[in-house]
Each structure stands twice: as structure tokens, then as C-alpha cells.
Design a protein around this ligand. Structure first.
Ligand code: GLA
Length: 400
């Protein structure tokens, strides 16, 4: 027995695991990439942390402030990664202290290859050293990208970094970013807390953009790629639909729909706009408590599509306590008149083994955007603007 134990210990990290309890609900935060790309520095990160608190985003549940690509300087003579001395002159530890002082958490970015997508030093061959550096700095979240990885096996490479983080001894959310290419949902639950399911988001509702080799997908294109992935998600393991573009130029209806879709699909909610200068309308959208509560529901079940009728789609998400969230999505750029006969549709989810027959049970509903209320005894009638959603929480059952 002792021999067996020693043998296992000699294998080093055979017991290494991702940290448990860090992502029981989808992580919520902000990331620098969508709005700022490589134009980042410590002032932006500090001001973003300030804004997260001041604008009520922290109170709404957002907590991670994540530095994406391009924070790096060179490795020192011992191979330790350094931040860019011009952009981050005070160092990352000082930044982490600042962010922690606000009651928030700091995230950082690296890559499984020798160089990041922006051409900076990646972690290949330095995984344990980098994880240790992040732990010393007080990092709470690592996004790990997939550029410059020819010949690498994704599951193995991400497992190495998972083990390195475990060995470093500081709990950090581990976020896989390999764009869904090697089906990370198949192995991601063991390795990470979340995994990107698609190429990068592109700031539009219904389009895609493919200059050269890279592809960017609009909101609906990303939604459509989640169809068969819901069984892989749950507390501690999430399908990541990429950072949000709310506040970056889509219409208000599109922004509301975008956030609602991410909430329904239990995707991490990582903001991608400039928190320091957002409009009041964007702020209100991002802090909608009802929509965030759907995303953060403890059951952790990703929504399923229960109806597709031309441009109208209906998604249902089972929630704690027998409740449901429902989202009516108008995919088209024309307005749509919704007349939903509750009794004509049995709502059934094989995955969570929940179903509702509205012929037998009446639920009360509240509209999470307009705050209207009603119940399922009559028809649901509404005009859905182009690229908009109606999102309801169903509570009940009410007395018939
Ligand atoms: C990749 C990732 C993006 C971002 C950039 C940074 O494209 O998918 O989210 O991190 O790299 O270079």
C-alpha cells in the first residue's frame, strides 16, 4: 500500500485538480480585449476596477478584472515573465493589491504556445514557472489561449497548465480559450472552469467577419453553435460564448438580447466595453438583476431551444425551486407579433428531467426587462422589435 502511494506521489501531479468551488455559477467580470485590444496599461486596469465599483457592477455580481493579451514584457535571465515596464511600471503585484483592495479579483492572460496571439511570450515550457509567478502576484483567474501551438495536443497542454496552477497553490479560475477546435467540452470539465466554444465574437448581432484566416462571429452565430453543448455545462464547468460586446455599438435591443442570450445559456458574463465611459442605458442593461439572476441560478442548467418558428425562437432554462426562465427571441431585422399559446406547447427538458404542461398548471410570469407581470392562463401577446427578446421568469405554479 505504501509502495502504491509512493508510486503515485512520484508521478508528481497525478492528483492535481482544478480548484473546486471557484465557479459554481458562471464567472462574471470584465476583460480588456474587446474594447482595447493591445492598448492597455495599469491605469486602465485601475480605472476599470474603480468604475466596476462606482457604476454598481460589483454590486450586481461582476468581480473579475481581467488583463488580456499584450501586458507582457520579456522574460528575465531566469526565465521569469515580466510585465511591460512602460505599460505596467508598478508591476502586476501592485495592481493585484489595488484590485483586491476594492473587493475585486484580478485575471491575467497567457497562451499554451511559445507566443501569444499578439506575439508576446507564451507559457510553453514555462508553465510551472508562470503559474508560480501568477500565484505570487495574487492572480485569481487565468485565460489561456491557443495561438502558436502546431503539433500540440490541446487536452494535454491545458492539463499541464491546470496541474501547474494546482501546484502553485493559489486557487485561480482556469479559462480555456482554444475556440472549440478540439471539442474542449469533452474534456474541459476535468481541466478547467470554462472553455470557449467558438472563434472570437465580432461586434454585430447577425453577421460574421472573416478577413484572411481569422473569423469573428456575431451574437446569433455564436448562439447557434451552442445547440448540442448544454449537457457539458454545469456548476464548475461552463460553455464560454466569449466576452460581451454590450455597450460597444449595437442597438439597445441588440444589447439586451445579447446579454439575455448569454444569461440563458449560462455562459460566463465577461464584459468587453469601457466601464469608465458607458452610457446610463448600457449601465442599466448590464446591471439588470433579474437577467443576471437567471445566469447565476444555482442549478447551473444551460437553456434549451423549445421552439423555432421562422425568425422566432423560444429558449427555456430550468431554475432553482421549480422556476423557469423563458426567452422569446426575434432573430429577424423586422418586428414580429408574438401570440404564444402556452397550452399548445409542453415544456420538457430531458436533461434536467423537468417538464411543464400549461394545460394543467398555471405559472405567473414577470418580464425581466419591462417588469410587466402576468400568468400563463391566457395567450402571451407582444410586439418584438427587430433583434430583440422578451425574457420572462416563470414562478408558480399559481392557483389555476
Ligand atoms: C485570441 C482570443 C481573444 C484574445 C486574443 C488576444 O484571438 O480568442 O479572446 O484573447 O487572442 O490576442
Amino acid at each position: 500500500m505504501l509502495g502504491l502511494l509512493l508510486g503515485a506521489a512520484a508521478c508528481g501531479n497525478s492528483w492535481a485538480q482544478k480548484a473546486e468551488g471557484l465557479a459554481d455559477t458562471p464567472p462574471m467580470g470584465w476583460n480588456s480585449w474587446n474594447k482595447f485590444a493591445c492598448d492597455i496599461d495599469e491605469r486602465l486596469i485601475r480605472e476599470t476596477a474603480d468604475a466596476m465599483v462606482k457604476q454598481g457592477l460589483k454590486d450586481a455580481g461582476f468581480q473579475y478584472v481581467n488583463i488580456d493579451d499584450c501586458w507582457h514584457g520579456q522574460r528575465d535571465a531566469d526565465g521569469n515573465i515580466q510585465p511591460d515596464p512602460k505599460r505596467f511600471p508598478s508591476g502586476i503585484k501592485a495592481l493585484a493589491d489595488y484590485v483586491h483592495g476594492k473587493g475585486l479579483k484580478l485575471g491575467i492572460y497567457s497562451d499554451a504556445g511559445a507566443t501569444t496571439c499578439g506575439g508576446h511570450p507564451g507559457s510553453r515550457g514555462h508553465e510551472y514557472q508562470d503559474a508560480l509567478t501568477y500565484a505570487r502576484w495574487g492572480i485569481d483567474y487565468v485565460k489561456y489561449d491557443w495561438c502558436d501551438t502546431p503539433g500540440l495536443n490541446a487536452e494535454a497542454a491545458y492539463t499541464t497548465m491546470r496541474d501547474a496552477i494546482a501546484k502553485a497553490g493559489r486557487p485561480m479560475v482556469f479559462s480555456v480559450c482554444e475556440w472549440g477546435m478540439s471539442k474542449p467540452w469533452d474534456w474541459g470539465g476535468q481541466v478547467a472552469h470554462m472553455w470557449r466554444t467558438t472563434p472570437d465574437i465580432y461586434n454585430c448581432f447577425d453577421c460574421e467577419y472573416s478577413p484572411g484566416f481569422s473569423v469573428g462571429l456575431g451574437v446569433l452565430r455564436i448562439l447557434d453553435k451552442q445547440a448540442n453543448l448544454r449537457k457539458f455545462a454545469g456548476p464548475g464547468r461552463w460553455n464560454d460564448m466569449d466576452m460581451l460586446e454590450v455597450g460597444n455599438g449595437m442597438s439597445e435591443d441588440e444589447d439586451r438580447a445579447h446579454l439575455s442570450i448569454w444569461a440563458m445559456m449560462a455562459s460566463p458574463l465577461i464584459l468587453g466595453n469601457d466601464l469608465r465611459s458607458m452610457t446610463e442605458s448600457t449601465r442599466r442593461i448590464l446591471t439588470n438583476p433579474g437577467v443576471i439572476a437567471v445566469n447565476q441560478d444555482k442549478l447551473g442548467v444551460q437553456a434549451l431551444r423549445i421552439l423555432a418558428d421562422g425568425p422566432l425562437e423560444v429558449y427555456a432554462k430550468p431554475l432553482e425551486g421549480g422556476q423557469w426562465a423563458l426567452m422569446f427571441l426575434n432573430r429577424s431585422n423586422q418586428a414580429l407579433d408574438l401570440r404564444h399559446d402556452w397550452k399548445a406547447h409542453l415544456m420538457n427538458d430531458d436533461l434536467s428531467k423537468r417538464s411543464v404542461d400549461f394545460k394543467k398548471t398555471v405559472y405567473r410570469w414577470s418580464d425581466l426587462w419591462s417588469k410587466k407581470t402576468g400568468d400563463t392562463s391566457g395567450k402571451l401577446e407582444a410586439r418584438l422589435a427587430p433583434h430583440s427578446v422578451l425574457m420572462l421568469r416563470l414562478t408558480g405554479p399559481a392557483k389555476p
